[in-house]
Design a protein around this ligand. Structure first.
Ligand code: PEP
Ligand code: MN
Length: 336
């Protein structure tokens, strides 16, 4: 819309689009408002739309993920959780904590250590996606309660994974950021249910998903009214696995500058799952910040021998202060 377009003119455009059976998305800007069309734009006469009073121009976005593209949202999106600001020019944000919440005591002990080390957000899984039914599946709601209590006690915002659309309301009551895991990137019902909570979403890339495909699913979240998105690269592996890599996954750092170019959302890297190896977390964290990541998500455990999941990729909390210091130095140099 033109900078001076009236509310009446705006309403007419919205009505015209909706009466063609399409949905709309609106971006209210400081100087002008932008209307996004959701659905098949062939259903509407774009030339007619462009002739309506108040319309500045009609742009066709060439990528399938139009609502999350830079052509639609021009400015970097800053996701705010409590006092933490993620994205844009803000310094890197560190999300740390155990893979799984194992007890109140375990989460508090590790949470205190990561907080003292300089981490901003506490992570911990209560509903774990596990390959084997015989593995620890997470504490469920008990874990969520621990997460909320520990987060409150340590004054840290929290993030935890939601596996099922039926748990969305419950998890949203206890956690500040909702995590959609790599295995669920394609789960439309889960994405839509999470989007509707209006809570920030940490949306992980599926491990065999192309970037186009990943952003098309991010588009679903945006189309359901949620643009509080954190994109997360967590390592990829070829579909069907035609070769045996030396690491659990291959951290695709190409994705970081690429996602930043295509979309305005903060990009987080998870070097724990990306490598599967504690000794590779520090170098890959540094590389992630060097190529422009807005934050890192790192699994931390002080007693890996007791850990109920992902022990091999948990950083020793004693290594976290040094990691954060190095990454912050790299950020300062890289952002010059
Ligand atoms: C996790 O972060 O705990 C997790 C299971 O990650 P991913 O979905 O990336 O495997
Ligand atoms: Mn894990």
């Amino acid at each position: 819309m033109k900078p001076g377009a009236s509310p009446k003119e705006m309403t007419r455009v919205l009505k015209t689009i909706r009466s063609s059976g399409l949905k709309t998305d609106t971006m209210f800007g400081e100087f002008q408002n932008v209307i996004g069309i959701i659905g098949d734009e062939k259903k509407i006469d774009l030339e007619f739309l462009g002739s309506l009073p108040g319309v500045q121009e009609v742009i066709t976005i060439q990528v399938p993920y139009r609502l999350v593209s830079r052509s639609y949202i021009r400015r970097d999106v800053i996701v705010k959780v409590g006092d933490v600001k993620i994205g844009g020019e803000n310094p890197p944000v560190y999300i740390a904590g155990p893979c799984s919440i194992e007890s109140y005591e375990q989460l508090h002990r590790i949470g205190k250590k990561v907080k003292d080390a300089g981490a901003h957000v506490l992570r911990g899984g209560a509903y774990k996606p596990r390959t084997s039914i015989h593995s620890f599946q997470g504490l469920g709601i008990t874990g969520l309660k621990h997460l909320k209590d520990v987060g409150k006690d340590l004054s840290m915002p929290t993030v935890t994974e939601i596996r099922s659309e039926f748990d969305v309301k419950t998890v949203a009551k206890y956690a500040d950021i909702l995590q959609i895991g790599a295995r669920n990137m394609y789960n439309q019902d889960l994405l839509e249910a999470c989007a509707k909570t209006k809570k920030p979403i940490l949306f992980k890339r599926g491990f065999s998903a192309q970037i186009d495909e990943y952003l098309s699913f991010a588009e679903r979240i945006a189309a359901h009214g949620n643009k509080q998105l954190l994109l997360c690269e967590r390592g990829i592996t070829p579909l069907g696995g035609s070769f045996k890599p030396a690491t659990r996954f291959t951290l695709d750092l190409n994705a970081v500058p690429l996602l930043k170019k295509e979309t305005p959302f903060p990009v987080i890297v998870d070097p724990s799952h990306g490598t599967g190896r504690r000794d590779l977390i520090l170098p890959m964290s540094k590389a992630s910040i060097a190529c422009g990541a807005h934050g890192l998500m790192i699994e931390v455990h002080d007693r890996p021998e007791e850990a109920l999941s992902d022990a091999a990729q948990a950083l020793d909390p004693q290594e976290l202060p040094g990691l954060i210091k190095s990454c912050n130095e790299i950020y300062r140099v890289a952002s010059r």
